[in-house]
Design a protein around this ligand. Structure first.
Ligand code: AMP
Ligand code: ZN
Length: 505
């Protein structure tokens, strides 16, 4: 079945077919790199990652561009406060963003590009708009003349003419000829970063950046343009106006917008202060994959309410999935085949694939997989699961995970790789098992909160061996003691027929 996506432009769910062959050209508005991203931002980026992965799953080649807004009022203000050059200041948050993306298992995009690396192209676009009569200068800034673009409002479906009668009254408070007009190029201000260019000394407006970077890497017409719903107006409306006025071509065929992550019925946002960064949640001992799971558990066009209970449930769901895969890989099943169980694997696969084809219905796709987990577990418990289906089941999980990307428990390895976890030197001396497994060292400035690991993997393995020896020798009290000490250190032990496994809580 064909992939269908909701297109904000038409207001309908439409069948998606790329413009050219098999190639899908996608632009996603990236972060403003003045601080760490919050998990509201990441809800949007995770949904875009699911979109990307599903397109690839369906055999398309994806070319995706994401901009990094590294010049605007906020980046300039914060860099000044930090006493750093803008580029150096934003570089830290670009790095942090890339690390967060890796922690959240987001696929790398083909082009992740800085706005300030595209100043000449932006100047060119402004010059084109001036030449074609869509732009005018006022007090050193350059504005887009909305009146000259009759299609303005087609994305947000706003009836602007009506709104404007009142708004025009205040128009002379602006340097703009019409209150709707938006800035393409901002005149340089004392103490702010600016560039010397043929259109004057200044800096680009935010909307301009995206039009330029989208068309530079993807051509005049993109297949998909995406962001959170807050970007529909004015950002995306303005992108359409600038791009289409300049090229005369449709700018993007599909506009795909994600609903917000909310907290107590308000949008999670920096300005409201009701936000958590991924790092905040790591510091509270939540795994990035649980965060990813939570963010994608609700279909992208529905608001998602963030709660810690929800995050805990996400962890439990993940454990359930991972344990099921562990059973499939480690348990011994009777040789043969069970046609009923084989049919369930087929149903789960078509179930999740069709759910995603249906405007990325991730909740239904999860449902299809959890049906398989439940039925599979029951069959295994009853001894009805057969060796013949092992491969089919693992294959469904592997396919599902190509898109959802949460099954591998690599969180700790990645946290260690990116310097979030430091082995505590003191802890290696031995008797540290009664300490917390890890603790947050706050106040590391720009660095992430660091979790100090008091037990290394080798130490845990050693303790498990000691426990095994104690059990073999019938010293059950000693074995239980070791188990409890490990538990206090945040290490959970699971005994099964095939041996003992451990994991960090
Ligand atoms: P920004 O860094 O503010 O430019 O935003 C980056 C992306 O995050 C944009 O696509 C926004 O629409 C999106 N975004 C911001 N806040 C939220 C939220 N609470 N929930 C979902 N997406 C958001
Ligand atoms: Zn944008």
């Amino acid at each position: 079945m064909a992939l269908r996506l909701h297109n904000t432009l038409s207001g309908r769910v439409e069948e998606f077919v790329p413009l050219a062959d098999n190639q899908v050209r996608v632009y996603t508005c990236g972060p403003t790199v003045y601080n760490y991203g919050h998990i509201g931002n990441y809800r949007t980026f995770v949904f875009q990652d699911i979109l990307r992965r599903h397109l690839k799953y369906r055999g398309y080649q994806v070319i995706q561009v994401m901009n990094l807004t590294d010049v605007d009022d906020k980046t300039i203000r914060n860099a000044r406060e930090a006493g750093l050059p803008l580029r150096e200041y934003t570089a830290r948050f670009i790095e942090a963003f890339k690390v967060d993306r890796k922690l959240l298992n987001m696929d790398d995009v083909e082009f992740m590009v800085r706005a300030t690396d595209h100043i000449p192209e932006m100047v060119e676009l402004v010059q084109t708009l001036q030449r074609k009569g869509y732009a005018y200068a006022s007090d050193g800034s350059i504005y887009f003349k909305v009146e000259a673009f009759p299609d303005y409002g087609k994305l947000s479906h706003m009836k602007l003419a009506g709104n404007l009668a009142g708004a025009r009254v205040d128009a002379d408070e602006y340097e703009k000829a019409d209150v709707r007009d938006f800035v393409l190029w901002k005149a340089a201000k004392e103490g702010e970063d600016s560039w010397d260019t043929p259109i004057g000394r200044g800096r680009p407006g935010w909307h301009l950046e995206c039009s330029v970077m989208a068309m530079k890497y993807l051509g005049a017409t993109l297949d998909i343009h995406s962001g959170g719903t807050d970007l529909i107006f004015p950002h995306h409306e303005n992108e359409i106006a600038q791009s289409e006025a300049a090229t005369g071509q449709p700018f993007a065929r599909f506009w795909v917008h994600g609903e917000h992550l909310i907290v107590n019925s308000q949008k999670m946002s920096k300005s409201l202060g009701n936000f958590y960064t991924l790092r905040d949640l790591i510091a509270r001992q939540y795994k990035p994959t649980a965060v990813r799971y939570l963010l994608m558990s609700v279909p992208y066009r529905k608001p998602l309410n963030f709660t810690f209970d929800g995050l805990k449930q996400a962890e439990q769901s993940l454990d359930r999935l991972r344990n099921f895969r562990d059973r499939l890989t480690t348990e011994t099943f009777t040789v043969g085949s069970n046609p009923d169980m084989a049919a369930r694997a087929v149903a789960a696969r078509t179930g999740f694939e069709e759910a995603l084809d249906d405007d990325l219905n991730t909740a239904e796709a999860l449902g299809a997989i959890f049906d398989l987990v439940r039925e599979g577990n029951i069959a295994m418990d009853r001894g009805e699961f057969r060796e013949g289906e092992r491969g089919d089941y693992l294959d469904v999980l592997e396919r599902w995970d190509r898109i959802f990307a949460v099954l591998d428990d690599e969180d700790y390895a990645k946290l260690r790789q990116f310097g979030f976890i430091q082995a505590a030197a003191a802890a290696t001396s031995g008797g540290a098992a009664s300490n917390e497994a890890s603790q947050v060292v706050a106040g590391a400035g720009y660095a992430a909160p660091v979790l100090v690991e008091t037990l290394t993997e080798t130490e845990i393995e050693d303790r498990l061996k000691a426990r095994e020896r104690a059990r073999r020798a019938g010293k059950y009290a000693e074995a239980d003691h070791i188990r409890n000490e490990l538990l206090k250190a945040g290490i959970v032990i699971e005994d099964s027929k095939t041996g003992t496994r451990w994991k960090r809580k």
